[in-house]
Design a binder for this molecule. Structure first.
Ligand code: BG6
Ligand code: MG
Length: 217
């Protein structure tokens, strides 16, 4: 069977959490409360709108619909000011080696991200052309842990979900991959991501040998 890989973007290919943190912190501070790194951790894989809902909840604030939308827009503008400074150098260690292997072996790979900025980020880091399919926050109606984003990616790749291998750094993303009957590989903390089929701290820990075996299973 033809196998395929699906990559999450934020936290897997690039570390954008640090930029999300700065932008959410500014929003919270402007609204008069603080925002911590620990809280930022809880927003991994969470959509923009759900993130703002959680933050307002933590800060005990309610906003009108108009103000809510305005804050979301301001946050994204601020976030993009950091994203726009990104280049190839932001690709996390070990990722390129895996992409090179997939390219050399004609293994199809897709992006499955919750971000509405995903295509723009891929352009900034010069990886957009390699992907056989890109599914992002503008293509889905149900957020992770719903498997929708990955199932659409599998369909676009024309590969059965059971033959897809997903790289994810968020708990919601691992759950989404598992619900979609896909092989899940967690990138990050072993305890946090224990539901994944395999877990690595980062891509430098993933050997080509491991990948080869997985793709030939
Ligand atoms: C996910 C990130 O990939 O995308 C979340 O882990 C982020 O932190 C979400 O909120 C939505 O991203 P964006 O770029 O559409 O605001
Ligand atoms: Mg992620």
């Amino acid at each position: 069977n033809q196998k395929a890989i699906i990559f999450d973007l934020d936290g897997v290919i690039v570390d954008t959490a640090k930029f999300h943190f700065l932008a959410w912190k500014k929003l919270a501070n402007d609204l008069g409360f603080d925002f911590t790194k620990e809280q930022n951790e809880e927003l991994k894989g969470v959509s923009r709108v759900d993130s703002l809902k959680k933050i307002l909840n933590w800060g005990n604030r309610e906003l009108t619909e108009d103000e809510f939308n305005r804050q979301m827009q301001l946050k994204n503008e601020n976030y993009l000011s950091y994203v726009n400074k990104m280049d190839k150098g932001e690709v996390l260690p070990g990722v390129q080696k895996v992409l090179d292997y997939l390219n050399e072996n004609n293994t199809p790979y897709a992006l499955g991200s919750a971000s509405k900025n995903a295509r723009h980020i891929l352009e900034k880091i010069d990886l957009k052309d390699g992907f056989n399919a890109i599914v992002d926050g503008t293509d889905v109606s149900k957020a992770k842990p719903d498997p929708e984003v990955f199932l659409i990616a599998a369909e676009k790749l024309n590969v059965a979900p059971q033959d897809c291998i997903v790289f994810e750094d968020s708990v919601a993303g691992i759950q989404a991959a598992n619900k979609g009957q896909m092989t899940s590989i967690g990138i990050g903390d072993k305890k946090t991501l224990h539901e994944a089929d395999y877990i690595f701290s980062d891509f430098t820990e993933i050997s080509i040998e491991f990948l080869k075996n997985l793709l030939q299973k």
